[in-house]
Write a protein that binds this ligand. Structure first.
Ligand code: MSP
Length: 643
């Protein structure tokens, strides 16, 4: 099972913005979903760096085109990790690996007789970097940019695209899910009702030098689309790369509707002419709009994606984009709407479910991960989870992240309601209801673990966090709930952690959402920003710091970093001995440690290091290759409280 997905390669004449971020995040989400489902995945993004627009932008910035593209491409590359995007490759069309493939591809198509030299006159829009026919113009203007195109007549090379019209109609008809959602497929079939013209694929160097030379005539460079589309295979090492044979057969492209025609018409015919198979799916989404205009760099009104993600966190930002947009249709972006969803779906629904569940597990099960009693009647519960799994999976396979999230939120809301309906605090009063109480608590823990896995593609940090708080290993996340439930360790104490999504209190949110915070007073700054990094005193008190006296110390065999320590500590007057394995071997000799009193975190989950169980962590300060263990500045008894 394999999955290969691509974003458009973005023009480097503008900085990354919300529109780019959306497509890139959708792909990251889809890729993560496929990883969860056990697929081997490959995710490509990159930048499109040739053409008139780039030359113009570089001139405006008073730098060379190369200088310019290096600078902006780096901004794109750096933007994605901040949004938790995990692309496998980042291709630039100015790279040699790409240029070589473009030349080879064109040479092949030319040798097949599918390219010819001819004269052409047409209306050229510099914004779109393409010719328009008179019919395509709206009152003489480019329909996308609303600017007047220039009439240009010149000799150029042409690809015999017209020859492929019947084949393409037939191919799209026989592969009903090639272009999806359906509306875009019909739109493409609509275009194909008009005669398909040949495609001009070159520019004379007298007019444009910033491109890839045609392999058969170096007085010309390639036309941007021919160059750009080939990135999808050049990144895989076409024609003979192993990656190409592995991933091209399962290729999917995700784009917005602005570039439907090149992807749905030019690209399949180019592939056909080169004797290569067509991609599997073209996933087409709508525009994010602000007010009435599409947010694009040419129309202006650019929103810097990162500023919203920085303000609210990458996970909530990704969640909002995925939950709000109906894939295929346009959506309206607004910060108010984002805050509304944050408070309602994340703070109230999910954050609250975690908070309440953990509070009850702590109160009624000593914080231990609850195990359902043997008598639990799980039939309906498991059926619910199976149904969720299939609707979630189906939604993602149909590129509908919104529907996938909706189905997860149904479970969240079911569990929240079940707490109210079952009232564990009442069950706890009656010893005869013990089994029911355990069943309810176990379902909460199980449900949360499954929710953690299912939200992970969209909110990777939160998903992984939920898992580690439940003592599960995030690397073992899967789409199937069964192995998850059986990997629970009933001897582990749940770690409540900090509030997941402290409510955002803005002026508008305050008036719209009058109810109080579900989890106490949220930390907030005078500016009304969320302060996810701040913790309250209760959070701090969860960390049990203690003094410990080092009794013995020895290097761990086979490691130059680890030292095994036996420490004495005291809790409520009761002495205790613990083994702690500390990574301090490069800074301390075992001998100098014995007898020292240090500070340890005593309620850290035990971990295994080089096969040795470590029951705590020693606190140390380190910087620039130096390290110092923390210790009390005056003698105090071992049992002293640290606060
Ligand atoms: N370089 C070409 C693509 C070549 S692909 C072989 C290009 N670049 S672009 O920088 O203009 O990017 C267009 C893409 O950015 C859209 O298809 C979409 O993925 C994304 N978006 C840009 N603005 C957008 C919105 N306002 N809303 C949603 N997505 C948008 O075209």
């Amino acid at each position: 099972m394999r999955y290969y997905v691509t974003t458009p390669i973005y023009y480097v004449n503008a900085r990354p913005h919300l529109g780019h971020a959306y497509t890139t995040i959708v792909n990251d989400v889809l890729t993560r979903f496929h990883r969860l489902a056990g697929y081997e995945t490959y995710f490509l993004t990159g930048t499109d760096e040739h053409g008139d627009k780039i030359v113009q932008a570089a001139a405006k910035a008073q730098v060379t085109p190369l200088n310019y593209v290096d600078r902006i491409s780096a901004l794109f590359k750096a933007a994605w990790p901040n949004l938790s995007v995990t692309n496998d490759d980042f291709i630039r069309t100015t790279e040699l690996r790409h240029k070589e493939v473009v030349a080879r591809f064109m040479d092949l198509v030319n040798r097949k007789g599918e390219i010819y030299f001819g004269e052409y006159g047409g209306y050229y829009c510099f914004g779109c970097e393409r010719f328009y026919t008179e019919k395509e113009l709206a009152d003489g203007l480019c329909p996308d940019h609303l600017t007047q195109p220039q009439f240009i007549s010149e000799k150029n090379y042409f690809f015999r695209m017209g020859n492929y019209q019947d084949w393409l109609i037939d191919y799209i008809t026989k592969n009903p899910d090639l272009i999806r959602p359906e509306g875009y497929r019909s739109e493409v079939l609509g275009f194909l009702r008009e005669p398909l013209e040949d495609l001009c694929i070159s520019r004379p160097k007298s007019r444009l030098t910033w491109g890839i030379d045609l392999p058969f005539d170096n007085n010309f460079v390639t036309y941007v689309w021919f160059d750009a589309l080939i990135n999808y295979i050049s990144a895989l090492g076409w024609p003979d790369g192993e990656k190409y044979s592995k991933f091209w057969p399962v290729a999917e492209h995700t784009i917005a509707k602005d570039i439907l025609k090149p992807h749905a018409i030019f690209w399949p015919t180019m592939l056909k002419a080169a004797g290569e198979p067509v991609y599997r799916h073209l996933n087409v989404h709508g525009y994010w709009r602000i007010g009435q205009s599409k947010m694009s760099k040419t129309v202006g009104n650019v929103v810097e994606a990162l500023s919203m993600a920085e303000k609210y966190g990458s996970d909530p930002f990704r969640y909002f984009l995925m939950r709000e947009m109906n894939f295929g249709l346009d959506s309206e972006f607004s910060e108010d709407r984002l805050v509304e969803r944050y408070n309602a779906d994340l703070a109230n629904d999910l954050g609250n479910l975690w908070q309440r569940s953990v509070a009850m597990i702590q109160k009624f099960n000593q914080g231990l991960i609850p195990v359902p009693p043997p008598a639990a009647d799980d039939g309906e519960w498991f059926l619910r989870l199976d149904n969720l799994k299939s609707s979630y999976e189906q939604a993602f396979l149909n590129v509908n992240p919104r529907a996938a999230l909706t189905s997860v939120w149904e479970l969240i809301s079911f569990l929240n309601k079940s707490i109210d309906a079952e009232a564990p605090w009442i069950l706890a009063r009656d010893p005869g209801k013990k089994d029911r109480l355990l069943t309810v608590l176990a379902r909460l823990a199980q449900g949360l673990s499954y929710i953690g896995a299912l939200i992970w593609p969209v909110m990777p940090q939160t998903g992984s966090d939920i898992w580690s708080r439940l003592g599960l290993n995030a690397h073992e996340m899967t789409l199937d709930w069964r192995p998850i439930f059986s990997s629970f360790d009933p001897t582990l104490v749940i770690s409540p952690g900090a509030t997941f999504f402290p409510r955002v209190e803005t002026e508008t949110a305050k008036t719209r959402q009058p109810q109080g915070s579900p989890d106490g007073t949220p930390a907030k700054t005078p500016e009304g920003l969320i302060t996810a990094d701040l913790i309250n005193i209760e959070d701090f008190q969860k960390v049990k710091l203690k003094l410990a006296n080092i009794l013995t110390a020895e290097k761990v065999k086979g490691s130059d970093k680890l030292i095994k320590l036996t420490c004495a500590l005291e809790t409520d007057g009761i002495p205790e001995e613990r083994t702690i394995v500390a990574g301090i071997g490069k800074y301390y000799e075992p001998d100098e440690l014995v007898g020292q009193t240090v500070v340890i975190c005593a309620n850290l989950k035990p971990a295994k290091l080089m096969g040795l169980k470590s029951q705590g962590m020693i606190l140390a300060a380190s910087s620039d290759g130096r390290m110092s263990l923390l210790s009390p500045s005056r003698p105090v008894p071992l049992g002293a409280r640290i606060s």
